[in-house]
Design a protein around this ligand. Structure first.
Ligand code: IP8
Length: 259
């Protein structure tokens, strides 16, 4: 059982609102197809679909005014739109993908998942389908509603589904000693233990343009799954072949998080 997270910066043009990165989506669909038939769940991020809308209506801050209700639903709709494109691309290359809305089976409290009913996902998997989920606008028992990152969904699902491997595909090669977009001397770390990670949580802070934490959020979320014994690998999904190799368990450029 594998879980693949596709970062919003890979499946969309991050700086152009409502713009998909179609070449990436189509290539990644082919890479997923090449890694079948092992069971898998795919979770994608919001990129230039969910994030600008969520930011505009301040959804992650919770319910404050009735006018936000429109924004709450619009954020979800933006994600449904992106999800449709990704699922369609998968279907076109023979991947039996099926889009499922996290807001219909997940509830948070103060932005952390408190309820996640994985029984339907298990049924879809049992039927041979590949559930495709996404970061979503969800109801929150403490603040009314919130934005739930795909990273948090991945981590919780990995535990519920007893996943053996999580592949995080983002727009960087893995975890660096410093932000590679800002520091020329930044070095890729091929293997990183939880202990080392503890001292490095500041990584990615400079990349933090998302309401849910960007790279920092990803590494933090992943730590819990690693502690539970799941193999977690971070790869650059913008480079052809890396996601496929990581899904197939082949040696590939990236960062493996270890206990
Ligand atoms: O891009 C958040 O998911 P992420 C999605 O995985 C929304 O953090 C709705 C903004």
């Amino acid at each position: 059982m594998r879980i693949l997270k596709l970062g919003g910066s890979v499946v969309t043009e991050k700086d152009k609102p409502f713009t998909p990165n179609t070449p990436n989506i189509e290539r990644l669909a082919r890479e997923v197809a090449a890694s079948l038939p092992a069971p898998m769940v795919i979770v994608h991020g919001g990129g230039s679909y969910g994030h600008p809308v969520a930011k505009h209506y301040k959804i992650s801050e919770g319910y404050k005014t009735p006018s936000q209700l429109i924004g709450f639903s619009k954020t979800h709709q933006a994600m449904v739109q992106l999800n449709k494109m990704i699922v369609d691309a998968m279907l076109d290359v023979g991947v039996p993908a099926f889009g499922l809305s996290p807001s219909s089976f997940i509830v948070t409290e103060s932005r952390r998942i408190t309820e996640l009913d994985a029984s339907n996902i298990k049924r879809y998997l049992g039927a041979g389908l590949i559930p495709v989920l996404y970061g979503d606008a969800v109801l929150d028992t403490q603040q009314g509603f919130s934005i739930l990152s795909g990273d948090q969904i991945v981590m919780r699902l990995a535990a519920s589904l007893k996943a053996s491997r999580i592949v995080f595909g983002s727009d960087v090669d893995g975890v660096y000693t410093a932000d590679p977009k800002l520091v020329k001397e930044a070095r890729l770390i091929p293997r990183l233990s939880l202990k080392e990670l503890d001292g490095m949580v500041k990584i990615g802070e400079a990349l933090n343009t998302d309401v849910t934490g960007g790279m920092l959020g990803k590494v933090r979320e992943a730590a819990e799954a690693v502690a539970a014994g799941v193999e977690v690998i971070l790869v650059n999904a913008g480079v052809a072949g890396r996601v496929e190799a990581a899904l197939c368990g082949e040696k590939v450029m990236g960062t493996v998080l270890t206990r």
